[in-house]
Ligand binder design. Structure first.
Ligand code: FAD
Length: 327
């Protein structure tokens, strides 16, 4: 913050990229009801993430021609790929009743919860400092797979049936949950603006499990977890499967369960896809094609999703982007 060439504006929302001809020259942004402009001496860097980077490009006139036409936005550069290729990890979960071992459930109600709150307050330790998942596994769930196709996320806790861990009350009785996700999904979705107002949320359509290969892999993952829970040493600690329960057994039932109850793990990427092909929105120097002096440096440039959590990879994209800028 001591640098003379850095200014940070908080509570500011960029509303469009400003152009002179095809050259990006700045950013318009809003704080409360006031509108401001920031002028770029060299380049504009877009780093609003996989939802908002394509949204800002579309609002600024870079996107699919039919979309821009429908929204009556002046075209700066046609780029059909902006907002396409949305990909994410989608997780379904199996929960069990635990016996003979303590889980977080029992500490999340009444007296024990008060103790945990005090521990957090005075020691910054305990239940309230824990991440939602504490152990991960990368496994080959599909028969014959040559590398890991599925990620498992273990939580020594379980939500009341029908609710997602992290968004609901934990059960009172001991429980454990294993989330399952396919590492390299084939399904692709999109992000697109629904009007020309920057404060309107764009449409986000992830198309989870649209490709049958994705549902097959997720199914294999769910069956893998059931086998894992049925094997020692875990089996001795498990009284019963509570979610979805053993009466959900057939393939179609399990996939229906996954579709109804699964959720994002917030690994959205790919909507300003980078690559050598001229048709892609961003080139291999992270420059937006069709215009000058504009780059995208965030998770949206990933051509496809990585086989794991996306944060570290995004940091590496940022490091690489910084190197490219300095050239
Ligand atoms: C709840 C959650 C949990 C996650 N857990 C993990 C995890 O455990 N491990 C892991 O590896 N990854 C995790 N991820 C994923 C990881 O956080 C993302 O992949 C990564 O942050 C993407 O970085 P990004 O720079 O592309 O976008 P972001 O980190 O989303 O950064 C974009 C920034 O731009 C700002 N912005 C957007 N639009 C505008 C605008 N118009 N004007 C001004 N500012 C704007 C946003 O406020 C945001 O600060 C998690 C994500 C979420 C949401």
């Amino acid at each position: 913050m001591q640098r003379p060439n850095l200014a940070v504006r908080t509570h500011a929302q960029a509303t469009r990229i400003e152009f002179e001809g095809r050259r990006a020259v700045g950013v318009r942004f809003q704080i409360a009801d006031e509108t401001y402009s920031a002028r770029a001496a060299r380049e504009v860097i877009l780093a609003a993430g996989a939802i908002n980077s394509p949204q800002l490009l579309q609002l600024s006139g870079i996107g699919d021609l039919a979309l821009l036409d429908k929204m009556q936005i002046s075209v700066i550069a046609p780029s059909a790929g902006v907002g396409r290729n949305l990909v994410d990890h989608y997780a379904a979960r199996i929960a069990v009743r635990v016996r003979g071992a303590a889980t977080l459930n029992e500490r999340s109600h009444g007296g024990p919860l008060i103790v945990e709150a005090l521990r957090y307050l005075f020691q910054r330790r305990g239940l309230l400092t824990m991440a939602p998942s504490n152990a991960y596994g990368f496994v080959r769930a599909v028969e014959g797979a040559t590398r890991a196709d599925t990620q498992l996320l273990f939580t020594p806790a379980s939500s009341e049936v029908g609710q997602v861990v992290g968004q609901a009350k934990l059960e009172r009785e001991p429980g454990m949950t294993c989330g399952v996700l396919q590492l390299r999904p084939y399904s692709r979705g999109h992000v697109c603006i629904v009007d020309r107002h920057p404060f309107t949320a764009p449409e986000i359509q992830p198309n989870y499990l649209a490709d049958p290969r994705d549902s097959d892999t997720l199914l294999a993952g769910l069956r893998y977890v059931r086998k894992l829970f049925a094997a020692e040493p875990l089996a001795s600690f498990i009284a019963a499967e509570t979610w979805p329960g053993r009466d959900v057994g057939r393939d179609d039932e399990l996939i229906d369960f996954a579709r109804r109850t699964g959720s994002t793990v917030y690994h959205l990427v790919g909507t300003c896809r980078m690559g050598a092909e001229e048709s892609l929105p961003v080139d291999t120097s992270l420059k937006v094609r069709g215009v000058e002096a504009l780059r995208v440096i965030d998770a949206s440039v990933m051509p496809s999703i990585i086989s794991g959590n996306t944060y570290a990879t995004t940091i590496m994209i940022a490091e690489r982007g910084a190197d490219l800028l300095m050239r």
